[in-house]
Design a protein around this ligand. Structure first.
Ligand SMILES: Cc1cc2nc3c(=O)[nH]c(=O)nc-3n(C[C@H](O)[C@H](O)[C@H](O)COP(=O)(O)OP(=O)(O)OC[C@H]3O[C@@H](n4cnc5c(N)ncnc54)[C@H](O)[C@@H]3O)c2cc1C
Length: 285
């Protein structure tokens, strides 16, 4: 069945409170941001008979604001706006690199960070970077505001902990010292327009003696939701990076992920490729 605009109710609230009220009033109502995911659903007729709450007039939710404490990204900021923002590039380069791999230019120009998060695909490109930056998702709903750490925001494949009527307002990335090394890598069937088989973001801080002072490692597409590699991180802290340490850390990957065979890849390939990504990052390549 094709999308039928006549069967849909379309509202364009001017304030966040109006948007929340419109969503809370109808359990089947849907927020519409860039529409890159929802237009696919529209084409399949899945929006027929539904109330759509267009967020495009909530212009303050497009803002990206840098401060000493960190960076606040409005949920309606597009991937293109994020990847071009000077503070994102200078201070949170993993996120800029991730946004640059989302679809192609058309998708980057329409798709928003809030839509990416709410869609909660295991392969959402921004999630490993946001996990490394320990981002906090700020939500607004009928009961007011609340903040959820990124890893608690996701509840499973395509599932979030957003409550009925609740919207993502912004995402906050706390400031952190400049890492000695930071890397984002996405492995897909092609170099562009691909959904990842595996995806890695990592940041590493070394002390003056070359010992790992801190390390944050995250993978996407290896579990129902984005994962930090807690076992490998704990193992690496306080150690000098050499070939044996890197190899041992890469073996600890399995402790925190549970990849599957599906149409895009196999469990075995995902694990082998991910170990390779991790080893290359730790080797500084
Ligand atoms: C051709 C194509 C290629 C793509 N490639 C990639 C890719 O490489 N990597 C990737 O990660 N994604 C990809 N996507 C998915 C999509 O583009 C992104 O997830 C995008 O960020 C979604 O944002 P949007 O604003 O378009 O969301 P929309 O389509 O507007 O909404 C998506 C979902 O989020 C909800 N929502 C939107 N905004 C909010 C909010 N503020 N609060 C609460 N709920 C909200 C909507 O109700 C809906 O359920 C692709 C999609 C297409 C069609």
């Amino acid at each position: 069945m094709r999308g039928d605009a006549r069967s849909m109710t379309w509202t364009s609230p001017r304030t966040p409170a109006q948007a929340v009220r419109a969503l809370a009033a109808d359990p089947r109502a849907l927020a519409f941001a860039g529409g890159t995911d929802l237009m696919v659903a529209w084409n399949m007729g899945l929006l027929n008979g539904r109330a759509v709450v267009d967020l495009s007039r909530l212009t303050p939710w497009r803002m990206i604001r840098a401060s000493r404490d960190g960076l606040s990204i409005g949920s309606l900021a597009t991937h293109a706006e994020i990847l071009r923002h000077p503070a994102v590039r200078a201070r949170f380069s993993l996120l800029a690199d991730a946004c640059a791999t989302v679809g192609a230019a058309q998708i980057q120009n329409r798709g928003t960070l809030g839509g990416n998060l709410a869609n909660a695909s295991p392969a959402g490109d921004t999630f490993p970077a946001l996990a490394v930056y320990e981002a906090v998702v700020h939500c607004l709903g009928p009961e007011g505001r609340r903040a959820l750490p990124l890893l608690e925001f996701f509840a499973g494949v395509k599932k979030t902990r957003l409550k009925p009527g609740e919207l993502i307002e912004s995402v906050f990335l706390p400031s952190l010292p400049k890492p000695a090394r930071a890397q984002f890598r996405k492995v897909g069937t092609r170099g562009a327009q691909a959904i990842s088989k595996t995806m890695f973001a990592g940041a590493l801080w070394l002390d003056r003696d070359g010992v790992v002072a801190d390390v944050r490692l995250a993978f996407g597409s290896l579990a129902p939701t984005v994962r930090r590699l807690r076992a490998a991180e704990a193992f690496l802290k306080g150690r000098r990076l050499d070939a044996a340490t890197s190899a041992e850390a890469a073996q600890l990957l399995d402790a925190d992920v549970s990849p599957i065979d599906d149409i895009r890849s196999t469990r075995a390939y995902r694990l082998a490729a991910s170990r390779g990504l991790l080893a290359r990052f730790l080797a500084g390549r």
